[in-house]
Design a binder for this molecule. Structure first.
Ligand code: NAD
Length: 290
């Protein structure tokens, strides 16, 4: 397939490389330079998009997505699919889909879970919003870049699934970390705490697969000095997107709101920037109740 790939950062570069390695003809653009093996460099987003059957974007945020979409929609051939894999707000995802549709194109919002490791290994999960026929066109590419794709519904449904998932993740990580901090103060050994909780009703992905306590459970960023992994500031971005969506939809999300506030304090007022989001454990363990 002929693919345009725009945004070749930590996630986009390995995703584009995997598509090229699978035999697709990939042309990429990134103002910071194209550094993905097998990907032909284009000097603009429009050039990367011209003649492509599918244009994939992997960009930092919704504002940048809107400006890139503005540029590529005019360059894309009729019937082509614009597939945005960035994590952005639902409103921007829907606006881009409407703009693409008005230009005779099809659009998908297809954010991912699985991080940089999953992007490199081709084991991402895609959560996808948009028309079924466009999902069918891009499905073989999701199979190269990931191990699972779920068609969640109409435009914006992929982003909705992503921010709901990450709202759960932020809240369960904090709950897991504060339970470890309490266990410390009660004199309970962290390994024993893991042995019990990981096989009891308090288990979660945060505890079982990404344990925030160093030396406990499977290897995780905690074992690497809390180097990301998934940076605390990216978790903050996603939690804020969830709260923006909750406000727009008039949904009551008190745990998500508190999680956003805690990560906001950690990243913006303390030393959380540049650390993995599981570094909430040393933060909480060092504090006292007052
Ligand atoms: P990144 O900052 O490494 O990459 C973004 C890239 O976009 C950069 O290379 C940048 O130069 C490029 N870019 C910026 N403006 C551009 C423009 N106008 N045209 C073309 N390219 C432009 O970020 P990342 O970690 O690759 O994340 C990308 C997206 O994936 C984000 O929305 C993020 O929330 C989401 N995401 C990241 C992870 C992760 O673990 N890193 C996991 C899941 C989802």
């Amino acid at each position: 397939m002929k693919i345009g790939f725009i945004g070749l950062g930590n996630m986009g570069a390995p995703m584009a490389r995997n598509l090229a390695a699978a035999g697709h003809e990939v042309t990429g653009h990134d103002p910071a330079g194209v550094r993905a093996e097998g990907v032909r460099a284009a000097s603009s987003a429009a050039e990367a998009a011209r003649g492509a059957e599918v244009v994939i974007t992997m960009l930092p945020n919704g504002a940048i997505l809107r400006s890139v979409a503005e540029e590529v929609i005019g360059a894309m051939q009729p019937g082509a699919v614009l597939c945005d894999c960035s994590t952005v707000d639902v409103a921007n995802a829907r606006a881009v889909a409407a703009q693409a549709s008005a230009a005779g194109l099809r659009a998908l919002d297809a954010p991912v879970s699985g991080g940089v490791g999953g992007a490199a290994a081709g084991t991402l999960t895609f959560m996808v919003g948009g028309p079924q026929d466009a999902f069918a066109v891009v499905s073989p590419l999701f199979e190269v870049m990931g191990q699972k794709s779920v068609h969640c519904g109409e435009a914006g449904a992929g982003q909705a699934a992503k921010i709901c998932n990450n709202m759960i993740l932020g809240a369960t990580m904090i709950a897991t970390c504060e339970a470890f901090a309490l266990a410390d103060k009660l004199g309970l050994d962290r390994q024993r705490m893991f042995d019990v909780v990981s096989t009891s009703s308090g288990y979660s992905w945060s505890m079982n697969a990404y344990c925030p306590a160093p030396g406990v459970g499977p290897a995780s960023p905690a074992d690497n000095g809390y180097k990301p992994g998934f940076a605390a500031e990216l978790m903050l971005k996603d939690l804020r997107l969830s709260q923006q969506a909750a406000e727009a939809a008039d949904a009551d999300t008190p745990m998500g709101e508190l999680a956003a506030r805690l990560y906001g304090t950690f990243v913006e007022e303390e030393d959380g920037r540049g650390k993995d989001f599981s570094a909430m454990l040393p933060r909480l363990a060092a504090r006292s109740r007052g």
